[in-house]
Write a protein that binds this ligand. Structure first.
Ligand SMILES: NC(=O)c1ccc[n+]([C@@H]2O[C@H](COP(=O)([O-])OP(=O)(O)OC[C@H]3O[C@@H](n4cnc5c(N)ncnc54)[C@H](OP(=O)(O)O)[C@@H]3O)[C@@H](O)[C@H]2O)c1
Length: 254
């Protein structure tokens, strides 16, 4: 087992399923102690058992990241428990698609509050600790990985507000990257295409049907394809910052 993240501490939001879960497993296997943040405690407990069985260390934090104070407390709890914070993967997100006209605007609020505000709160709360970690061993560098989407690069019919949230993540990532990169906090943007996770299942039935039509035959990525990319990013030498990674299924055209 390679343990390139030995003696470091990571925090992953949205760790109870999909990309976040796979990422937590992989960072723990690399030797990081991992704070697992999401709302479904039962899923986090299963994940912690899996990580511990493989000899890893983790901490369950049942938290809704749309609440700024809750996010701040999650970060502080991680640092209190593990002593530092080197790697943050701001991954929690929701994708609620459909035409803009007649859309239930409650869906827009859910996406903006989680994909944008939740991610901003996570970054803001973590930043002082990441800056401190970058000044110390073992790596003298720290990582903030922000999970966007192909939807953060290309706007498509029927995903306007999801596009807006993910384009926002991309703009924030580049601005923050310029702010902190000379202090050795690397800000990286990851933009997956279609990944086989629970994400699409939160849509209204008619939207799920149209998504099946759009992506039906495409062999989707596995969550591990994205966690591989995240692990690659956070294990680069101090001199190397992977600013942006766009990863589509081979068969995905748009
Ligand atoms: N799957 C894809 O095709 C795809 C493509 C591009 C980008 N992405 C992005 O990848 C990220 C992860 O998505 P996924 O595909 O892995 O989907 P997923 O399986 O649905 O995972 C979403 C995670 O976010 C958590 N979450 C939701 N609301 C939360 C809240 N208020 N507070 C804390 N955690 C919350 C969920 O846990 P709880 O419900 O337990 O809180 C879950 O762990 C998202 O940002 C998504 O936009 C996914």
């Amino acid at each position: 087992m390679t343990t390139r993240l030995q003696n470091t501490v990571a925090l992953v939001t949205g760790a109870s399923s999909g990309i976040g879960e796979a990422t937590a497993v992989q960072l723990a296997a690399e030797g990081a102690a991992v704070a697992l943040v999401a709302r479904r405690r039962d899923r986090l407990e299963e994940l912690r058992a899996r990580i511990e069985k493989d000899g890893g260390r983790s901490l369950i934090i049942e938290a809704d990241v749309t609440d700024e104070q809750v996010v701040r407390a999650a970060v502080e709890q991680t640092v209190a428990e593990f002593g530092r914070l080197d790697t943050v993967v701001a991954n929690a997100g929701v994708m609620l698609l459909g035409p803009i006209a007649d859309a239930p605007t409650e869906e827009w609020r859910r996406m903006v509050e989680l994909n944008v505000l939740g991610l901003l709160y996570t970054a803001h709360a973590a930043l002082p600790h990441l800056l401190a970690a970058a000044e110390q061993g073992p790596r003298n560098v720290a990582d903030l990985v922000l999970i966007s989407s192909v939807a953060g690069r290309v706007a498509r019919l029927g995903s306007g507000v999801y596009n807006a949230t993910k384009h926002g993540v991309g703009a924030f990532a580049e601005s923050l990257r310029q702010e902190v990169t000379q202090r050795h906090v690397r800000v990286s943007l990851v933009e997956p295409g279609a990944v086989d996770t629970e994400l699409a299942g939160h849509n209204r039935p008619e939207i799920q049907e149209s998504l099946r039509g759009r992506f039906g035959d495409v062999e989707r990525l596995h969550a591990e394809d994205i966690s591989d990319a995240i692990t690659y990013i956070v294990t680069r030498p101090r001199r190397t910052a992977v600013n942006e990674l766009l990863i589509r299924p081979t068969e995905q055209q748009g």
